[in-house]
Write a protein that binds this ligand. Structure first.
Ligand code: SF4
Ligand code: SF4
Length: 457
């Protein structure tokens, strides 16, 4: 079996319902229905009536997905008053290039995807600056998982601005505020952790929300993606703010959380739970780089053999169990950097430390991939080698379009030999995969033990 066949067979998903195998339907070569010429009035699926080739159509889709990812980070930066004209201009140009009869050149769309990667780096830097200037640089913090007696509000999503406004408005009201999913790293920011009623975390990654929000009868605020259509059990105590909106769910305007506070008080107390799990988060670039001399010594003495960035978007696919097994089976001489909600696959594990350097370092939300880039660059300086020679391997999980933007950012930095899963992006046909494999040595995740052997050499 050739490499592409291996990738394709790997890419056949198992059903997430009860683990039954399902056959993946044959993919369409392309799908485009954006203009009136569209085939049979329903969609061009083999080749565009305009002459657009399937690979161009898929590269256009990829560019749109990467731009969607960038726009999420840009939105959260703008919430805090930070904007970037160059990124705005790129987004316009990127969108425009996918209009009917504008650009039929596949190589240009690969260039545009790499440019999107660079623009995403710029945007993640902008958002990091916005977060740090607004709330200070994160510091490591232990976050208890479990309820505290008293009324509560769970905040989920990515918006630190929305969380800050919620914390300000609930201060002194006897309400405990909990994070869920991608708001966990908020606990590390001095400007947010100073609120004593930011008490902990309930639940884990985004897709446990129906279970978590049903279990805890408190008010819930969705601040961004990933929100799910709520169950009836908690629909009337759920709220959205900012870009997130859900049918039948009250939307908060201008960060005025009065209805949420009223609902939380009306719902009454949660019962105290034993805190069996504590999650550590909040490693900013400064904290990690303060360990640089020790890291150098440990790498040179062979006590640290490899840094591995394991992170990205978690998904409920059965194959995502790979990430738990992968981290569990890593040799002791490895340090895991992690970010985004993929971390919930393993962040409750106690991996210990190597002479004071923690073996599990949570650097934050998905946009904090920029911190990983800073650390990677610092490693190049520390060891006097190029990015592809530092003892760092990237193992990415992707679910939605922010991860597509991050993937192109890492490719734009010319990082080679990354692993990606739990399945390969659906927009990538064999032509595109060939380019990614040949130019970037992009690899699908496979068997955890085998991958570890390859990575460790
Ligand atoms: S832009 Fe081209 S591929 Fe898309 S619907 Fe129109 S004719 Fe078909
Ligand atoms: S990291 Fe990705 S999957 Fe997870 S909550 Fe954020 S956007 Fe959603």
């Amino acid at each position: 079996m050739g490499f592409i066949d291996t990738i394709r067979s790997f890419n056949k998903p198992e059903s997430i319902k009860g683990g039954d195998k399902v056959e993946k339907k044959e993919a369409l070569d392309m799908f485009c229905y954006q203009c009136s010429q569209t085939a049979r009035g329903t969609g061009c699926t083999v080749r565009g009536v305009c002459g657009k080739e399937p690979t161009v159509a898929r590269l256009q889709d990829n560019l749109l997905f990467a731009i969607k990812g960038i726009s999420a980070y840009l939105y959260h930066a703008r919430e805090l008053g930070y904007t970037d004209e160059e990124v705005d201009a790129f987004i316009e140009r990127g969108f425009y290039s996918t209009l009917t009869n504008v650009n039929f050149d596949p190589s240009k769309f690969v260039e545009l995807a790499l440019e999107a990667g660079n623009m995403n780096i710029k945007t993640m830097q902008l958002l990091k600056k916005a977060h740090i200037e607004s709330y200070g640089e994160p510091v490591p913090v232990e976050v208890p998982v479990g309820a505290i007696k008293g009324p509560g509000i769970i905040a989920t999503g990515h918006s630190l601005k929305a969380l800050e406004e919620l914390l300000k408005q609930t201060e002194g009201k006897g309400i405990n505020v909990y994070t869920h999913s991608e708001l966990l790293p908020a606990h590390g920011y001095p400007g947010l952790k100073k609120y004593n009623h930011l008490v902990g975390q309930l639940g884990g990654a985004w897709f446990d929300q129906k279970q978590t929000f049903t279990k805890y009868p408190v008010a819930v605020v969705g601040t961004s993606n990933c929100v799910l259509i709520p169950k009836d059990e908690y629909k009337e105590r759920m709220f959205t703010v900012g870009v997130a909106e859900l049918p039948g769910v009250q939307h908060i305007q201008n960060y005025d959380f009065t209805p949420v506070i009223e609902k939380a008080l009306e719902l009454g107390d949660l019962e105290e739970e034993p805190k069996e799990i504590t999650l550590t988060t909040g490693f900013g670039a400064s904290t990690i780089l303060s360990l640089a001399p020790k890291i150098k010594e440990l790498v040179e003495s062979g006590k640290i053999k490899q840094f591995i960035l394991v992170g990205g978007c978690d998904s409920p696919l059965a194959q995502a169990k790979y990430y738990t097994e992968f981290v569990e089976k890593l040799p002791d001489a490895t340090v895991v950097l992690t970010l985004a909600c993929g971390k919930y696959r393993f962040n409750a594990m106690d991996l210990g430390d190597i002479e004071g350097v923690p073996r599990l370092i949570d650097i934050g939300q998905c946009n904090d991939a920029i911190v990983a880039v800073d650390v990677a660059v610092a490693l190049t300086e520390l060891f006097g080698v190029g990015l592809n020679e530092v003892p760092l391997t990237i193992v990415l999980s992707w679910m939605e379009q922010k991860a597509a933007a991050i993937l192109w950012s890492l490719l734009a930095l010319d990082i080679k030999g990354m692993y990606i899963g739990p399945i390969l992006p659906g927009w990538a046909n064999d032509d595109i995969i060939n380019v990614l494999v040949e130019n970037f040595d992009l690899r699908p995740i496979g068997d955890a033990e085998e991958d570890i052997k390859t990575i460790m050499g």
